[in-house]
Ligand binder design. Structure first.
Ligand SMILES: [Zn+2]
Length: 430
C-alpha cells in the first residue's frame, strides 16, 4: 500500500442514477407491482433505479438461487415495459459466498463487517495512517457544514487498526469479481452496517481512503449509523442526531471524491431494514440541501404486503394467513433466531391464535400494515410475520397459487406501499 499513488484510476464499473432503491422480493412474484410504483414516481419527476436484492441468507432460507431472482427481475422488466436501468444485488456477500452470485448479479455488496477489528499487517495500517494524514491533515472542516472531523494521529491510528483488515478483505472480494466479470460490468457497494458499533464520519473517511488505495471503484457505501434499524419497523433513536451524522457522512463522501478520485456518483447506502419513517424526512432534507444521491436498501417487506393482500382478499387467503400466524407463534424462537440482533419482539404483545381467528381481513391488515397512527397496528406481530416468510416457503405451491388467485389486490398493496410510504417520502423530485 505504501507505494500506491494518492489518486489511482477508479473509473471502472457501472454508475448508478442519483437515486436507487434496493427492493426485496422474497418469492419473486411482485416485480411488476414494484415497477408500477417506480414508473408512477418517474411520472412525478422522481427517478429511482430498482435494485433487486436478496442475500445469501434469504436464498438459503427460501431455497432459491440468484438465477431465480435474475429470471424474475428480467421477466418483470419485460412484462412491465420498464425502459430504465435496473440491477441485481448480491447482497452481503463475502469471499466464500460470492461465487454463486457471479453470473446472475451486476451489483455486489461486499460485506466486510466480520473483518472489522481483525489484525492487519502493521505496515498496511501505518501506510493508511500516513496517507490519511498527508491528504487530510489533523482537522478537516467538512464542506458545506459546520462540523469538523477530528483526524488527530491517535484517532486515525485507532481507525486504521480497526478497519485496515476489512478494507483489504473488500479488495480480495472485489478482485475475485473482476476476475470473473471484468472490471466494467458491475456496481460495487461496500457494507459495514452489520458491525457491532456505529462508524463515525472520521472513521468513514479512513475506510474510504483504504478502499481507494485497494483500487475499488466503490459507488455506494453502507456504514452502520447510530440508532437501531430493526426489520420492518421504525427507527429507534434520535432522528435529529441521525440527521447530523448523515449530513456529516454526505460531506465526507464529497471530500473523498474530490481528494481520492473515487467515482463522482459515490453515495451513501442506508440499509434500512425497511420502514424507517421517522428518518425519511431528515434524509430527504439533506438530499435536497446537498444534492447528494442515495441508495435505500429495504428488507423483504414486500412479503408482508402479500400477507396484507391475502388477508384483505378474505376466504382462503385470510384462512391461510391465520394459519401462518398460528405456526409463527408455535415456531417463534426458531424463526427469530437468525434475526436476533435486528428484531425486538415482546411475546406478551403477540395476539393469540384464538384471538386472531376471530379477526376479519381488514382487522388482520390493520394489525400488520405499518401505519403508526392506526390503533390496531402491532409492531410485534409485524416483526414476527416479517421473519415468518419461511412458513410461506414451506407451504410452497399452495402459497404461490393463492398469490396468483388474488393477484390484483396483492399487487395493489405492494405498489401503494412502495410508492406512498417509501419513495414519495424519502426521495425528492429532481
Ligand atoms: Zn445490511
Amino acid at each position: 500500500m505504501a507505494s500506491t499513488p494518492d489518486k489511482i484510476d477508479l473509473s471502472a464499473g457501472i454508475s448508478l442514477e442519483r437515486f436507487s432503491i434496493g427492493i426485496g422480493d422474497r418469492f419473486g412474484r411482485e416485480g411488476v407491482a414494484q415497477l408500477a410504483a417506480l414508473e408512477a414516481a418517474r411520472r412525478d419527476g422522481i427517478a429511482v433505479t430498482p435494485v433487486w436484492n436478496k442475500s445469501n441468507r434469504e436464498h438459503a432460507l427460501i431455497g432459491t438461487r440468484p438465477e431465480d431472482t435474475r429470471r424474475a427481475a428480467d421477466a418483470a422488466v419485460r412484462d412491465a415495459g420498464w425502459r430504465h436501468p435496473y440491477r441485481l444485488d448480491a447482497d452481503h456477500v463475502g469471499l466464500a459466498s460470492v461465487e454463486k452470485f457471479l453470473d446472475a448479479c451486476d451489483f455486489f455488496t461486499l460485506d466486510v463487517a466480520d473483518f472489522i477489528g481483525r489484525p492487519a499487517p502493521a505496515e498496511a495500517a501505518q501506510a493508511l495512517v500516513e496517507r490519511v494524514q498527508r491528504l487530510f491533515g489533523a482537522r478537516q472542516q467538512l464542506p458545506g457544514s459546520d462540523q469538523i472531523l477530528d483526524l488527530t494521529p491517535a484517532c486515525v491510528q485507532a481507525a486504521a487498526a480497526t478497519y485496515a483488515a476489512a478494507a483489504a478483505e473488500a479488495g480480495r472480494i472485489y478482485r475475485r469479481i473482476v476476475a470473473h466479470r471484468g472490471p466494467d460490468g458491475f456496481v460495487v457497494e461496500v457494507s459495514t452496517d452489520e458491525a457491532d458499533a456505529p462508524q463515525t464520519p472520521a472513521e468513514l473517511l479512513v475506510i474510504l481512503t483504504a478502499l481507494a488505495a485497494e483500487g475499488i471503484p466503490v459507488r455506494t457505501i453502507a456504514p452502520r449509523f447510530r440508532g437501531r434499524f430493526n426489520k420492518g419497523v421504525d427507527y429507534v433513536g434520535d432522528p435529529q442526531a441521525f440527521k447530523r451524522e448523515f449530513e456529516a457522512d454526505v460531506a465526507v463522501l464529497a471530500l473523498a471524491k474530490a481528494t481520492l478520485g473515487l467515482p463522482s456518483d459515490l453515495k451513501l447506502s442506508v440499509h434500512s431494514g425497511s420502514d424507517k419513517f421517522s428518518i425519511y424526512g431528515p434524509i430527504r432534507d439533506v438530499l435536497v440541501k446537498t444534492g447528494a444521491g442515495l441508495h435505500l436498501k429495504t428488507a423483504g417487506t414486500t412479503w408482508l404486503e402479500e400477507v396484507v393482500g391475502l388477508a384483505l382478499s378474505g376466504g382462503e387467503g385470510l384462512a391461510f394467513v391465520k394459519e401462518i400466524w398460528g405456526l409463527a407463534l408455535d415456531r417463534r424462537e426458531e424463526l427469530a433466531k437468525p434475526y436476533a440482533t435486528v428484531i425486538d419482539i415482546d411475546p406478551a404483545r403477540l395476539p393469540s391464535a384464538a384471538e386472531v381467528s376471530g379477526w376479519d381481513g381488514p382487522r388482520f391488515a390493520a394489525a400488520l400494515r405499518h401505519d403508526p397512527a392506526c390503533p390496531h397496528f402491532n409492531p410485534h406481530l409485524r416483526q414476527l410475520l416479517h421473519v415468518a416468510f419461511r412458513l410461506a416457503a414451506e407451504a410452497g405451491a399452495r402459497y404461490l397459487a393463492l398469490l396468483d388467485a388474488n393477484r390484483a389486490i396483492v399487487a395493489h398493496e405492494v405498489t401503494i406501499n412502495l410508492l406512498d410510504r417509501h419513495i414519495r417520502r424519502i426521495f425528492p423530485a429532481c
